[in-house]
Ligand binder design. Sequence first.
Ligand code: PRP
Ligand code: MN
Ligand code: MG
Length: 202
Amino acid sequence: MEDDIESVVWSSGQISDRVSELATELNYDFSIESTSSSPVFVGVATGAFVFLSDLVRRISFPISVDLIRVSSYGFGTLSNGNPSISSDLKLDVSAKHVVLVEDIVDTGNTLSRLIEHLKSKGASSISVCTFLDKPSRRKTVVKLVGKGKFYRGFECPGYFVVGYGMDFAERYRNLPYVGVLKPGCYQEVSEELPKKKMHTSI
Ligand code: PRP
Ligand code: MN
Ligand code: MG
């Protein structure tokens, strides 16, 4: 797996430092916000699972944690640009402050769909905390709800990245750093598996 990586973009040490800074921001913002109930941190499966796990362990106020899954595919193999909720929350978020936790925001389609969904469930605010942000590829404006804020770890350049939860064709999520795949590996994997939506471009 390590042999497939051309270069490291963010090392695990750099990631850890940045996640700590994000947690400090969230700890501060939520300490000045008078909340009657615990905010709900909602991770977007699958990609956010590593970041979610690192982030919530640095949060120092009471929270709940839940997961949600979005699918863009239907029965086909190509993204239809209209994601649907394929696995919903376990918790009730009505009148709750929600922090949506993502590994990467690319076109913004996934987040916009999720925000619309959580708003319809009556969340009193919706913030977004994404590890990576690719504003250059945005197709949909991500509209936050109530006093929601947008937190991001790093702005990501336009090339293809994997690791720290992010996959290519379901591989490389377990790398502890973010890296760029060698072009050969990208071809090799894409030939053995069906074509899938890419969250990043090469
Ligand atoms: C990736 C990524 C985000 C989404 C961002 O998920 O984890 O959830 O794409 O893309 P967008 O802003 O263009 O909607 P993906 O659909 O690949 O599923 P995964 O998390 O299971 O890898
Ligand atoms: Mn995802
Ligand atoms: Mg993916």
